[in-house]
Design a binder for this molecule. Structure first.
Ligand code: FMN
Length: 201
């Protein structure tokens, strides 16, 4: 009698625990699905922002975004880039007034590639995309800028003040801040990507 009662209680306990496990599994499944959708929506909703509000961005938020940036894949993890961040309001205003093609924003990230590594510009692009996606997750807007890089190369005094190390060439600027516009997605051509076979027909 004692034995059968123990067996019954054990079965009840196991049943309850398996029930808990299966309901946990369902919950985990749902939250994984939500996480996936959050990541996909973040990627698909990112747009280049050319109008920012004057609101500043906290250093804590910037630090987290930068951490995401430097966690991007990069060749041999040699981190062949340097990033100079300008969030001082006076400096940011000076830069937008003096560099052609630099939209007014509270924060600029100047990204330079090491010219001694042939893939360094790819590292910079990946770093930049991580920055842009992390910023989007915080409700911030970003834009990658190539045009002011060219105009900066004519203004050595500003470039000098950024203080990049020898062999590091400015290749990209990211402007960042709270968006003051919500542009629609520009069309993409899916034919640019094709599934191919290299063996058989
Ligand atoms: C390497 C690079 C350089 C860019 N340079 C500029 C630029 O100088 N001026 C500008 O307005 N947009 C610039 N853009 C932003 C692109 O125009 C924009 O990403 C593209 O039109 C797609 O729009 P979306 O980012 O909103 O999806 C640049 C983007 C990249 C990746």
């Amino acid at each position: 009698m004692k034995h059968s009662l123990t067996t019954f209680l054990l079965a009840l306990l196991l049943g309850a625990s398996s029930c808990t496990a299966s309901s946990d599994k369902t919950t985990t499944g749902k939250s994984e699905q939500n996480d996936t959708e959050t990541v996909i929506n973040n990627i698909m909703s990112r747009r280049s922002i050319r109008k920012f509000t004057p609101q500043t961005v906290s250093r804590d938020t910037l630090d987290r975004i930068i951490e995401c940036g430097i966690n991007a894949p990069n060749g041999m993890n040699a981190q062949n880039y340097e990033v100079k961040v300008v969030d001082d309001p006076k400096s940011a205003a000076y830069l937008s007034e003096n560099l052609r093609g630099l939209y007014k924003a509270p924060v600029y990230l100047f990204i330079a590639a090491n010219d001694e590594y042939d893939m360094a510009q790819i590292d910079c692009g990946l770093l930049s995309e991580n920055i842009c996606l992390a910023a989007t997750a915080y409700g911030l807007g970003t834009i990658n800028l190539g045009m002011p890089v060219r105009s900066m190369k004519e203004k050595y005094d500003i470039l000098d003040k950024l203080g990049f190390s020898a062999h590091y060439n400015l290749c990209l600027i990211v402007a960042l801040g709270f968006p003051d516009e919500a542009p629609k997605a520009k069309p993409r051509n899916k034919d640019k990507v094709q599934f191919v076979k290299v063996l058989g027909k």
